[in-house]
Design a protein around this ligand. Structure first.
Ligand SMILES: Cc1cc2nc3c(=O)[nH]c(=O)nc-3n(C[C@H](O)[C@H](O)[C@H](O)COP(=O)(O)OP(=O)(O)OC[C@H]3O[C@@H](n4cnc5c(N)ncnc54)[C@H](O)[C@@H]3O)c2cc1C
Length: 375
């Protein structure tokens, strides 16, 4: 089977790898370069927190397990760090929220335990616990990945199974006829395939629309959009952090070589993608202060960069995966939490595309829910 995969982010790379291993002849089309989209600016926390409703939670839990399986198969050292996730609440509504979240996760058998400040300090040696921290919880099955090394591993395996990369290659339109789909490139090239996987993240609405498929996406270009997420990247720092830490004021994780990545979700509202914040501006100062408040050794942190991440966020917040219609040869696949979900979605999509086996986990997430008039 000849399959085109459009987009070399974490979704496209996972789908290309799984399809190639399953024996498909895979061509990956990428406009700019690997990880030049959302995958290159991701917090990359492997988790299933606040994923509602239950079907979406279960998809993310399965996504976490799939990372462990993938890591057992590939060399895990370069990209996968299943070192757990630690979070805390401070006085006020935060505490009630954390308690509600822990209760809900326990009802769903998600591993999460209350820990003491001493245990937290044992896990993160340089932790600074603010005085108003009320509760601490730890999730042992969570972790984080380094997205670019992950793409490298995925693509190496896809290539070893015969996948080829067309880059730079911008797909400007998709066409369908019975049993086949055509990829139309900027500059005039046309290539026919048995199936085309649309894995272009935040650009899904426009590209799918060229074939009459409706997938509304949240625009990441408006200030205040839920699709905007600012990430700070530090220069190498002499501090100890080897797991994900999420707090009401700052989330952080290691990024390799002593660097840290962090985000302050409440400050995203201040970010205007048209005028991105600079590493020496007031927002950067605020972030640096928050960092020093929670981790010793970061007081003199230099910010290597501040990056405005743009989430691939379907309008209803949930994953889209599946053929666009009963006889369609186009398979859109787009999601937030794509780092957590990528390996799982790659395997499930392959089972549907190559083996014609509908996957129950994907049943609630079909593109048809947006009532495309053409399919
Ligand atoms: C700030 C932030 C924090 C996040 N934190 C987490 C987290 O903690 N955990 C988690 O699981 N997820 C997280 N995510 C989400 C996750 O990063 C994304 O869901 C995922 O990276 C999306 O990957 P993708 O492959 O769909 O899209 P992308 O990485 O954007 O890849 C799409 C690719 O398609 C290419 N392309 C687009 N149009 C065309 C075209 N017409 N022709 C050819 N190529 C094209 C682009 O160049 C791009 O390379 C976060 C996202 C952000 C922004």
């Amino acid at each position: 089977m000849r399959v085109a995969v459009i987009g070399f982010g974490v979704i496209g790379a996972n789908v290309a790898r799984s399809l190639a291993i399953a024996g498909a002849s895979v061509t990956l089309f990428e406009r700019s370069g690997p990880a030049t989209g959302t995958t290159g600016t991701s917090f990359a926390w492997i988790n299933a927190h606040r994923k509602e409703p239950l079907a979406y939670h279960e998809l993310n839990v399965a996504g976490m397990a799939e990372h462990a399986r993938l890591a057992d198969h590939l060399d895990r050292t370069a990209w996968y760090f299943p070192n757990g996730g630690l979070r805390w609440a401070t006085e006020g509504t935060d505490t009630a929220n954390l308690h509600a979240s822990v209760q809900r996760l326990r009802e769903r058998d998600y591993p999460i335990t209350w820990i003491t400040p001493k245990q937290a300090l044992h896990k993160i040696g340089d932790l600074r616990l603010p005085a108003n921290v009320t509760d601490l919880a730890y999730c042992p099955t969570e972790g984080h990945v380094f997205p670019v090394p992950l793409l490298g591993r995925l693509w190496a395996e896809a290539r070893e199974h015969g996948a080829t990369l067309c880059q730079p290659a911008e797909v400007v339109a998709l066409e369908e006829k019975p049993g086949a789909a055509t990829v139309c490139l900027h500059g005039g090239g046309r290539h026919e395939f048995d199936v085309v996987v649309i894995a272009v993240g935040q650009w899904t609405e426009a590209l799918a629309g060229t074939a009459g498929i409706t997938i509304p996406m949240t625009s990441p270009r408006q200030p205040g959009s839920a699709a905007i997420g600012l990430l700070g990247y530090t220069c190498p720092l002499p501090c100890r952090l080897n797991c994900v830490l999420t707090t009401p004021r700052l989330n952080l994780r290691p990024d390799g070589g002593g660097r840290l990545v962090f985000q302050a979700l409440d400050l995203n509202i201040k970010v205007n993608p048209a005028t991105p914040p600079t590493t020496d501006g007031p927002l950067a100062q605020q972030l640096r202060q928050r960092l020093a408040d929670v981790l010793a050794g970061t007081e003199y942190a230099h910010l290597e960069s501040l990056r405005v991440g743009q989430r691939a966020l379907p309008a209803d917040g949930h994953t889209v995966a599946g053929f666009a219609g009963d006889h369609s040869r186009l398979y859109p696949i787009v999601t937030h939490s794509g780092i957590t979900l990528g390996p799982l979605l790659g395997r499930l999509a392959t089972a549907e595309i190559i083996h014609d086996r509908p996957q129950p986990l994907l049943a609630p997430f079909r593109p048809q829910r947006f009532h495309s008039p053409m399919h």
